[in-house]
Each structure stands twice: as C-alpha cells, then as structure tokens.
Write a protein that binds this ligand. Sequence first.
Ligand SMILES: NC(=O)C1=CN([C@@H]2O[C@H](COP(=O)(O)OP(=O)(O)OC[C@H]3O[C@@H](n4cnc5c(N)ncnc54)[C@H](O)[C@@H]3O)[C@@H](O)[C@H]2O)C=CC1
Ligand SMILES: O=C([O-])CC(=O)C(=O)O
Length: 347
Amino acid sequence: MRTAMMKSIRSSLQKSSSSATILRSYSSDSAPERKVAILGAAGGIGQPLSLLMKLNPLVSSLSLYDIAGTPGVAADVSHINTRSEVVGYMGDENLGKALEGADVVIIPAGVPRKPGMTRDDLFNINAGIVKGLCTAIAKYCPHALVNMISNPVNSTVPIASEVFKKAGTYDEKRLFGVTTLDVVRAKTFYAGKAKVPVAGVNVPVVGGHAGVTILPLFSQATPQANNLSDEEIVALTKRTQDGGTEVVEAKAGKGSATLSMAYAGAIFADACLKGLNGVPDVVECSFVQSTVTQLPFFASKVRLGKNGVEEVLGLGSLSDYEKQGLEALLPELKSSIEKGIKFANQS
Ligand SMILES: NC(=O)C1=CN([C@@H]2O[C@H](COP(=O)(O)OP(=O)(O)OC[C@H]3O[C@@H](n4cnc5c(N)ncnc54)[C@H](O)[C@@H]3O)[C@@H](O)[C@H]2O)C=CC1
Ligand SMILES: O=C([O-])CC(=O)C(=O)O
C-alpha cells in the first residue's frame, strides 16, 4: 500500500515539475522543517556533501542544484531511508525552484585548483559563477543563510555581500565563508603531533582561507600540549596553511579536497541549522563581516543563532608568533577582499 501511495505521489509530483527530478521519502520526525539547497551538488564536493546532508536529521527538504548531473545524484541519494525529501534541479531555468524556501544555501559550485595554481587563479571563472548564484539567492530566498565554499573564499564572500547589497537584501548575519576545513585540518595535525586523542581537540583558525591568510591559533588549542617545540608549532602552522595544496598535489590534476571538504561543509551547515533551531552555544570559525580587525571581513569564532551570526567573537590572546602571522596576513587578505568588491561593482 505504501509502495502504491509513493508511486502515485511520485508520478503526480513529476508531472507537476517538468524538468525537475523529484523523489521523496517521509518521516514523522518532529524537528522544525528546514530546507537546505546545495548549488554545485553534482561536483566533487557536492556529491558527498549531498550524502552527508541527507544523513542529517535536521534537514526536511534537500534541494540539489547543478548545471548538469543532478537528476542522477538526487535519485541515488533519495533512496537513503532518512528524513529529508530530495529534489534534483538541473539548469538555470530551475534555479529559482531549487532555492525557493531554502533556510540554508551551501555553494560548492565552481572550478577547483590544479597543481601550481593558487586559489586566486580560480577568481576569473568562479567570481562570475558566484555572482550569478547570489543574484538568484537574493531573488528567491533572500533570508537564507549562505555557506560559501567556492574559492577564492577571501573574494567570493565579498562578491556575495555586494550582490546582496545591490539587491537590497544584504544581512551580514546570514553570509558565511566556510573555513571549517582549516579547523578540521588543524585539529587533525595537532592531535597527531601532540599525541592526544583527536576527538577532544579544538583549535581556532582565524584570518581567511588561502595560504598565509589561514592562521591557526595553536596557543589556544585544547587540550593544551606542553610537549610541542616552537619549531613544531611553526611546522604545524605551515602544514595547516598548505593543507589544500597538499591534497591538490596528491590528486595530481584531478582536483582539490572534496571528501574532507564535504565533511567540513556538513559540520558547518549542521551548526547553522542548530543555531536556526535555537540550540544554545553553537560556535564555529567562519569568514564573516567583522570588526575584529580593520578589514571588513575576517574569519574568527562566531556564535550562531536563530538569525545566523549572533556574535562575532574576538581573537583572544595570541602568542608572539601568531601576532606576527596576523600582521603578515592582513595585506593579502585586504587585497583579496577589495578584488571581490571591485568585481561585483564593475561587472
Ligand atoms: N572553502 C573550502 O575550504 C574549499 C573550497 N573548495 C572549492 O570548492 C569549489 C568546488 O570544488 P569541487 O567540488 O572539487 O569542484 P568540481 O568541479 O568537482 O564541482 C563543481 C561543480 O560546480 C558545478 N557548477 C559550475 N558552474 C555552476 C553554476 N553556475 N551553478 C551550479 N553549479 C555549477 C559544476 O557543474 C560541478 O558539478 C572549488 O572552487 C574549490 O576550490 C574546495 C575545497 C575546500
Ligand atoms: O586548496 C584548494 O584549492 C581547495 C581548498 O580550499 C582547500 O582544500 O582548503
């Protein structure tokens, strides 16, 4: 009987949705209804991220959008017996439907690096992609929390802010550059060196998301390890800053981090959902509009709440080495932010 009912619902939904692929699963979970849209869902990050968000019980509706390939990804993921309804949307003409009603929009759309490239080398292609997607977000789900993964994050977040300002929808509390992978790496590398169980480790990472702009604060790591020398802290810092390049080189032309990024993206989106649902004391690092430094955007710990950013937390006390790192990163971060703002306003 359930099969017959599912068939009839599926057939009527498919008829009413033209090119959208619609597949549903049902549950009686009582968490609030939350729609999450993933833009770039058929990509290297998008696919495992779609899987992980399908496993998240806080999601009731999962909207998978890409320029190609989403019907297959949506059909595949939708067979998993968890709460959310999965809908795949393909092509520009379906972007509005993919976004309508979204509470959280995650953006891993765009090209990844190849060996020898910097994240900034992706600007020329990804800036336009992000601009187009954010224009649609402003139109179809202006109140959604936006989780920007597409690189260069140090520029794509400022681009998004300018697009939203022009559309009259900008709310600085709702725009996030996803830097969680830097935190994930810092935790892993620190636990390995300090020989402490990784599950209990925390390391704030501040600044931005490219090279020296990534500044892990190992002086604030918990549990505090007294067995690490200054040289080891320098090496850990460098490895965290170069973590993305380590993966790009190991993949040898086949892209950049996808699986660890999907994990990190899922952690950050889950934190956003928990904040929206009123869970107290949800804190993650993110690249947001900020007054922590003189720059308009900066990554630091952020308390998440019902409206997105509830509080941007300060840097706390830094070691001399971290203070130097902070001074050193500001010029590059400033120019990446300005590049994004300029692009959004001239094109
Ligand atoms: N913030 C972070 O920590 C990280 C960011 N990244 C960035 O994430 C981005 C995606 O990386 P991958 O998934 O490995 O790349 P990928 O090439 O495997 O996937 C990108 C997907 O975006 C889609 N796409 C392109 N234009 C689009 C548009 N206008 N609308 C919707 N979808 C569109 C493509 O069809 C493709 O499926 C890259 O810019 C990469 O640098 C990657 C790792 C970590
Ligand atoms: O390195 C890249 O190009 C992708 C990325 O942002 C990361 O892995 O941190």
